[in-house]
Design a protein around this ligand. Structure first.
Ligand SMILES: Cc1cc2nc3c(=O)[nH]c(=O)nc-3n(C[C@H](O)[C@H](O)[C@H](O)COP(=O)(O)OP(=O)(O)OC[C@H]3O[C@@H](n4cnc5c(N)ncnc54)[C@H](O)[C@@H]3O)c2cc1C
Length: 624
C-alpha cells in the first residue's frame, strides 16, 4: 500500500487500471520479472475480513453492499415490461471475483474455438484456452470419501492444472436435493458428465468452485494473485483511486500514444505516467466508460457529451440501438455487448431440508459457524453443486424446434453487420447440435432473493432452479451517460429484444416442470411456488403465453456481460486486436471480460483469468 503522491512519483513500466479479476492476475504475472515495475489503480478498497466475501455458504450476501459492489442497474428494458435490472459489479481488490457465486467451470471446446473463428488467430481451445485454464488453477479433487465416491463427480488429470494461483475444489456440503436433481436429469435422458473440464460441457455435472480447500474460503484474484505477491517491491497497488481518464497524444501519421492516467483519490486529482504501456482492466461496464471519457469511442456518442474524438471505434455499443445511423457508421457499429439471462424457478420443499436459508435462524447459524470453524464442514462450507447443460433437442419437440430454427434463420437483424453475420453463422450451427448446450440449469439450495419475486413465506423452505440462456441473440450497449467520470454508465443489454431468447427461456421453464415430475424428484414432494400452478392445488401448468408473461416479469441477469471492447478484426467492428491492443494505439491494451467477443456456454471467471495469463505472455513477448 502506498500514497497517491508516492505512486505518481514511481517510475512504472506498466500501469493497470482496475485491480479486479483480470487486472490482478496480469499484475502478478508481469511483476514476476523484478526489473519490471507494475502499478495497479483500484477504485475500491482492500477488504481483508468480510465473511460475506470469504465464506462460501454466504455467497451472494455482499450484493448491493457499496463497500464491494458498484451495484449498477440497467436502463428500462422495453421487452421485459420496462423493468430496470440490477447489475452488480465487484468493487475493491479482487473485483467481481470477490463477489461472484464461485462457479468455476469451463465452456465447450467449440466456444473457445469460436473466439478464433471470429478473427483472432490462435485464440482457440488447444493453443490458448486449455493451456492457460490449466495454468491458472490448482485443481483439488475431493478427499472426503463420501464426496469423492459420488458417482456424479470425476476428473481427468490431463485437463487440469496442479500449480496455478486459483484454487478450484468442491463444495464440502451437498444439499438434500442435489442427487435428486442429477438423477432426475439422468432419467430424462440427460447423461451424467463427470468432468466438464475436458472441453465437453453438456449433460448433468457437479462443478468445481473457486474455493481454497485448505481454509475453505473463497479463492479470488486478491487472495490468489495479489496477497501472495504483495511484498514484491515492483508491484504497487493504490486503492481508493478512481481513474477518470487516459491521457492520449496524437503524433502526426503515427499511432496514438497513451502517456498517462488521471485519477482521483480523496477528491484530489493525480496523474501517473508509465514508461511502456497502460492496460485497462476495469471490466465490461467501466472499461468502455474510461475509453469514452478519454476520447476513444463513437464520435456521435462522444460529441453528445462534449468529448473530442481521438479514435472513432465502436466502444461499448451495438448497431440496433441506433437505427438512424449513417451508412458509414453502420459498417463500424458492430461491437457485440451481450449478457446471459436467467430465471429463478422456485419450489417449496420439505420443511426438514437444510438450505442456505436455514442460516437465517440464529441458533442454526451459530451451530454451523462452529462446524465451519472447527471442521471446515457444513452449510457454510457449501456452495452450488449441481448443473444441467441442455442442447435444443432436450428442450423442444422437433416441430417446435424447426419453427424456431426457421425464425432464427430468416432473422435479417442477425446478419446485418459483418460481426453479427460471423457470429450468427456459428450460433446457427450450434442450434441443432446435440453436443452444444443452449440452456443451463443450476440448482440453488435457497430462495434466490433478488429480482422481482413474490414474498418468501416464513416457516417454509425453498429451493431455486436457475434457468440460464447461454447463447442469447439479443445485443445491447454500454455508454457514458455523462462526461462526469463518477456517474454510472448507461447499461442497456436489451434483454429479450430478440424473441428467440424468450422462446428458449420458455422451453427451460417447461423442461424444469417435467424434471420435477420425474423420479426421484417426483416423490420428494416439491411444490411449484414461482411460477405458480395455473390455479392453486391443481398441479396444472400455465399455458405457453402465460409462461411468456411470467418470463418477462421475472427475467434477470446472471451477471456475465461481455463484448464491450470486443477482440475482433477492425473491419468487423472490433475495439482491440488479437494482441489486445486498442486499434490505432501504440501502447494501450484492454485485458478483462470486455474483450470476449461472444458469450460462452458457461460462467466466465475461469476464462477471464486465462485471458489475463495469456495477456501477460503477449506483453512480455512484445518487450523482448
Ligand atoms: C453477482 C455475480 C455473480 C457471478 N457469479 C459467477 C460465477 O459463479 N462464476 C463465474 O465464472 N463468473 C461469475 N460472475 C462473473 C465473473 O465474476 C466476471 O465476469 C469476472 O469476474 C469479470 O472480471 P473482470 O476482470 O472483467 O472485471 P472485474 O473483476 O469486475 O474487475 C474490474 C475492476 O476495475 C475496478 N474499476 C472499475 N472502474 C474503475 C475506475 N474508474 N478506476 C479504478 N478502478 C476501476 C473495479 O472496482 C474492479 O475491481 C459473476 C458476476 C457477478 C456480478
Amino acid at each position: 500500500m502506498t500514497s497517491a503522491e508516492s505512486f505518481c512519483s514511481t517510475s512504472f513500466d506498466y500501469v493497470i487500471i482496475g485491480g479486479g479479476t483480470a487486472g490482478l492476475a496480469l499484475a502478478a504475472r508481469l511483476s514476476e520479472d523484478p526489473n519490471i515495475v507494475v502499478g495497479v489503480l483500484e477504485a475500491g478498497e482492500h477488504i481483508h475480513e468480510m465473511p460475506e466475501v470469504s465464506v462460501p455458504g454466504m455467497m451472494g450476501q455482499a450484493l448491493g453492499n457499496p463497500k464491494v459492489d458498484w451495484a449498477f442497474s440497467t436502463v428500462e428494458q422495453p421487452a421485459v415490461l420496462n423493468r430496470k435490472i440490477f447489475s452488480p459489479r465487484g468493487k475493491g481488490v479482487g473485483g467481481t471475483s470477490a463477489l461472484n457465486f464461485l462457479v468455476y467451470q469451463r465452456a465447450s471446446e467449440e466456444d473457445y474455438n469460436a473466439v478464433e473463428a471470429l478473427g483472432n488467430p490462435k485464440w482457440n481451445w488447444k493453443d490458448t484456452f486449455l493451456k492457460y485454464l490449466m495454468q491458472v488453477e490448482t485443481y483439488v479433487p475431493p478427499t472426503d470419501p463420501e464426496i469423492a465416491n459420488d458417482p456424479h463427480i470425476g476428473y481427468t488429470t490431463d485437463y487440469h492444472g496442479t500449480n496455478g494461483a486459483v484454487k478450484a475444489s468442491f463444495s464440502a456440503w451437498f444439499n438434500d436435493h442435489h442427487a435428486k436433481f442429477m438423477d432426475a436429469l439422468l432419467n430424462m435422458g440427460v447423461p451424467i458428465n463427470r468432468d466438464t473440464g475436458n472441453g465437453r460441457n453438456i449433460g448433468a455435472s457437479v462443478g468445481p468452485i473457486s474455493v481454497d480447500p485448505a481454509t475453505m474460503t473463497r479463492s479470488h484474484a486478491a487472495t490468489a494473485y495479489y496477497t501472495p505477491n504483495a511484498d514484491r517491491t515492483n508491484l504497487i497497488l493504490l486503492t481508493g483511486a478512481h481513474v477518470t481518464k487516459i491521457l492520449l497524444e496524437t503524433p502526426p501519421g503515427e499511432p496514438v500514444v497513451a502517456t498517462g492516467v488521471e485519477f482521483s483519490k480523496d477528491s484530489q486529482k493525480f496523474t501517473v505516467r508509465p514508461k511502456l504501456e497502460i492496460i485497462l482492466s476495469a471490466g465490461t461496464f467501466q472499461t468502455p466508460q474510461i475509453l469514452e471519457l478519454s476520447g476513444i469511442g463513437r464520435t456521435d456518442v462522444l460529441t453528445q457529451h462534449g468529448i473530442n474524438t481521438i479514435l472513432d471505434l465502436p466502444v461499448g455499443e451495438n448497431l440496433r440501438k441506433y437505427p438512424l445511423l449513417s451508412r458509414n457508421s453502420v459498417t463500424k457499429s458492430n461491437s457485440v455487448p451481450e449478457d446471459h439471462l436467467t430465471l429463478p424457478f422456485i419450489h417449496e420443499i420439505s420443511k426438514d431440508s437444510a438450505t442456505f436459508d436455514s442460516l437465517r435462524d440464529p441458533a442454526v447459524l451459530e451451530q454451523q459457524l462452529t462446524l465451519y470453524k472447527t471442521e471446515k464442514k457444513g452449510l457454510l462450507a457449501g456452495s452450488i453443486t449441481a448443473y444441467g447443460y441442455l442442447p435444443s433437442e432436450k428442450l423442444f419437440d422437433s416441430e417446435d424446434f424447426l419453427d424456431l430454427q426457421k425464425q432464427i434463420l430468416q432473422d435479417t437483424t442477425l446478419t446485418a453487420t459483418p460481426s453479427l453475420n460471423k457470429q450468427s453463422a456459428i450460433l446457427k450451427k450450434w442450434l441443432p447440435d446435440p453436443n452444444h448446450a443452449q440452456i443451463e440449469l443450476l440448482q440453488f439450495p435457497f430462495f434466490l432473493s433478488f429480482g422481482p419475486l413474490p414474498e418468501r413465506q416464513e416457516g417454509k423452505v425453498y429451493h431455486s432452479i436457475m434457468i440460464i440462456g447461454l447463447h442469447p441473440l439479443s445485443r445491447g450497449s454500454v455508454h457514458i451517460k455523462s462526461a462526469d467520470p463518477f456517474s454510472s454508465p448507461e447499461i442497456d443489454p436489451r434483454y429479450f429484444s430478440n424473441p428467440a431468447d424468450l422462446e428458449y427461456m420458455v422451453s427451460g421453464v417447461k423442461f424444469v416442470r417435467k424434471l420435477m415430475r420425474t423420479e426421484p424428484y417426483a416423490s420428494a414432494g416439491c411444490k411449484m411456488y414461482d411460477p405458480p400452478e395455473k390455479s392453486a392445488g391443481t398441479n396444472e401448468d400455465l399455458s405457453d403465453d402465460e409462461i411468456r408473461d411470467w418470463c418477462r416479469t421475472r427475467v434477470i441477469s446472471i451477471f456475465h456481460p461481455i463484448g464491450t471492447a470486443a477482440m475482433m478484426p477492425k473491419d468487423d467492428g472490433g475495439v482491440v486486436d488479437s494482441s489486445l491492443k486498442v486499434y490505432g494505439t501504440k501502447n494501450l491494451r484492454v485485458v478483462d471480460a470486455s474483450i470476449i467477443p461472444m458469450e460462452m456456454s458457461t460462467h466466465p471467471q475461469a476464462a477471464v483469468y486465462a485471458i489475463a495469463e495469456k495477456a501477460s505472455d503477449i506483453i512480455k513477448a512484445a518487450r523482448a
